[in-house]
Unconditional design. Structure first.
Lengths: 291, 329
């Protein structure tokens, strides 16, 4: 048994280990839960869908990790992998948009903030779109809009359901009004998918805000969310400024939205794939798509 | 006539207008013939005003677009229609006064009209929530648009909002959901939809009644993805950079025409729509009727197909597999 495995084994069986600040700044093999401070072997955390075993905290995950959790191994066929952003407004704030794009592309290995493709999940066909928060906060510009629209159009043509995993701060301001119009474009594609009586499920994760909330995030036949995910239209600071008072307890969490009637169910990430399979089956999805 | 609120860049005109007024006074009080001087000065004032308004920067246009005396949705509806009846309520428990609408008639043509409504003064603005609609407002708009679809009445929508209302109650009532549903459903409607940005178009709150077959915009109106103030504080970390942000965001009619967002930019009277509201309303009315007659030549399925295709083209991406900037550029 290697030392790593020994640690892993020990971690699984061990009672909660709480550590000091020193140990936290380790070599990246260990991970400390930001909520309950439980320290676990990183590999174990990933094996548990990056959900803390101590408190159930859902750590943010990137698009490859999300796809691995939903798509059957080897089944994901990516679409439109060559689409990359342009800088239509030649936008520059403190830094140029072109530089921001290049940095995000280098650090993530992605061309923009969404990965789309067709896959199987528990054997069932699915059009899957996964937003990646690492790429400029998952902001929605022309590429995100175009890729999601093409995904939905493909799903409509193939008569298969769509799942979009939302993680976004909203519109990408650096693309100006072109970015806002992506909200309409995607909603239009969803209208056609809906007319074809096909199932659309958004999964809202931390965070789902702004223009994404005011478009495809809220248009699901069923709307699913991860525990404690931040979901809202307006930013908390904006609301606090207008209100000049403290926000209610749990404001803009997945649970808050469920209690006000805007989220159907909160699904733990470790159970998501099984829940998805049940829902797809209940709605008549089968392994072979009717011709 | 009530003295109109002066904008900073209009100040050079003030001195000239005062001179004109003094000469008029002189003419009334004495027998001196001043018509020649008066004509000269008035010509000069007209030219100066035109020069100023022709060269407005984006942030100056925002000031014109937000001018308290700029004609509002209700002002335009009064002039455009031969008769109309305001309708109230979302049928779910609220009637948002920040988003108004009703049925009307222009000649023989029945129409549904709706739009954001700002107030003229502080008191009215409080009642209208400064034109920031609540979820109930967007649901009222949707209900009126469903009505239009059912009776095949064209929809005339007027955009004039700093943005959808941001508040605890708005979040609880599903601001995001209300706007999202409008975006989707507007693609389904079988009647022509004409939207006009009459003042400021702020983000999703504007788009929530803006999925149209034709988008018109007045010369000094603006349409933004986020308010330049918010954009400046987020991207520049400095709210004072709002005018720089306004420049960078490309929010004016000519810019949005180039980007393929807006279909038609309507000229304003020299000095802006607030200086000649009736003229502005006539410009709008004839543009709307012209666009409407074009759209009425289409079948319902053509109309829906063209609306989808119009939005489908929006965006600029680079496709390395077919390296042509597509689809619209
Ligand atoms: Zn924990």
């Amino acid at each position: 048994m290697s030392l790593f495995d020994w640690f892993a084994d020990r971690q699984k069986n061990a009672p909660t280990v709480r550590v000091t600040q020193e140990q936290e700044e380790g070599d990246g093999l260990w991970s400390k839960c930001p909520e309950c401070s439980l320290v676990v072997y990183r590999k174990d955390l990933v094996a548990n869908a990056s959900v803390c075993k101590g408190c159930g905290h859902h750590n943010r995950i990137d698009s490859p990790e999300r796809i691995a959790l939903i798509a059957d191994p080897g089944s994901f066929e990516p679409m439109d992998t060559g689409l990359s952003p342009t800088d239509p407004l030649a936008f520059k704030d403190r830094r140029s948009y072109a530089d921001r794009i290049r940095d995000s592309q280098q650090s993530t290995g992605l061309l923009d903030a969404v990965v789309t493709g067709i896959c199987r999940t528990s054997g069932l066909p699915l059009a899957l779109g996964v937003m990646d928060f690492r790429f400029m906060g998952g902001s929605m510009g022309s590429v995100v809009g175009e890729k999601l629209t093409r995904l939905i159009e493909t799903a409509t043509a193939r008569r298969i359901p769509v799942l979009i995993v939302c993680a976004s701060g909203g519109a990408r301001m650096q693309e100006g009004m072109l970015s806002l119009m992506q909200m309409a474009k995607i909603s239009g594609a969803l209208e056609r998918h809906r007319q074809a009586e096909l199932l659309y499920l958004p999964l809202l994760t931390y965070p789902t805000t702004g223009g994404v909330t005011a478009s495809f995030a809220m248009l699901g036949d069923l709307i699913l969310a991860e525990p404690k995910a931040l979901i809202g239209f307006a930013g908390r600071r904006v609301i606090e400024q207008t209100l000049r008072e403290k926000l209610p307890e749990g404001f803009q969490t997945a649970e808050y939205l469920r209690d006000h009637g805007f989220v159907d169910a909160i699904v733990d990430r470790t159970e998501f794939k099984a829940t998805l399979a049940s829902l797809l089956t209940m709605h008549g999805c089968r392994e072979t798509v009717p011709a | 006539m009530a003295r109109r609120a002066l904008l900073e860049f209009e100040k050079p005109l003030v001195e000239l207008e005062e001179q004109i007024e003094q000469i008029r006074q002189l003419a009334r009080d004495s027998e001196v013939d001043v018509s020649q001087q008066l004509l000269q000065l008035e010509t000069l004032a007209t030219r100066r005003r035109k020069d100023i308004f022709d060269a407005l920067t984006p942030s100056q246009k925002i000031q014109v677009a937000r001018h308290p005396q700029r004609p509002s949705t209700l002002d335009y509806i009064q002039v455009i229609t031969d008769e109309w009846l305001e309708l109230h309520g979302d049928r779910r428990g609220s009637d948002d006064r920040a988003l108004v609408g009703g049925v009307g008639r222009i000649g023989e043509q029945g129409v549904v009209l709706l739009g954001h409504q700002k107030g003229r003064d502080t008191k009215e603005n409080v009642a209208r929530n400064f034109g920031m609609a609540s979820p109930g407002g967007y649901r009222k708009a949707m209900r009126l648009m469903e009505h239009a679809d059912r009776f095949r009445l064209p929809i005339l929508s007027f955009i004039d909002t700093p943005g959808a209302y941001a508040g605890v109650l708005a979040e609880e009532q599903g601001q995001g959901e209300a706007i999202a549903v409008n975006l989707r459903e507007m693609f389904r409607l079988r009647v022509p939809i004409l939207a006009t940005v009459i003042g400021e178009g702020g983000s999703g709150g504007a788009l929530g009644i803006g999925v149209a077959d034709r988008l018109l915009m007045f010369e000094h109106s603006v349409y933004t993805v986020a308010s330049p103030e918010a954009c400046a504080s987020i991207l520049w970390r400095d709210a004072g950079k709002a005018s720089t942000a306004a420049e960078a965001l490309k929010i004016t009619g000519p810019d949005l025409l180039k980007l393929g967002i807006v279909d038609l930019v309507l000229p304003e009277p020299s000095g802006g729509n607030h200086s000649a509201p009736l003229q502005a309303a006539e410009t709008l009315k004839s543009a709307l009727l012209e666009q409407l007659s074009e759209l009425q030549g289409l079948s319902e399925s053509q109309l829906i197909e063209q609306r989808y295709a119009k939005f489908r083209r929006m965006g600029r991406v680079l496709d390395s597999e077919s390296p042509i900037a597509s689809p619209s550029s």
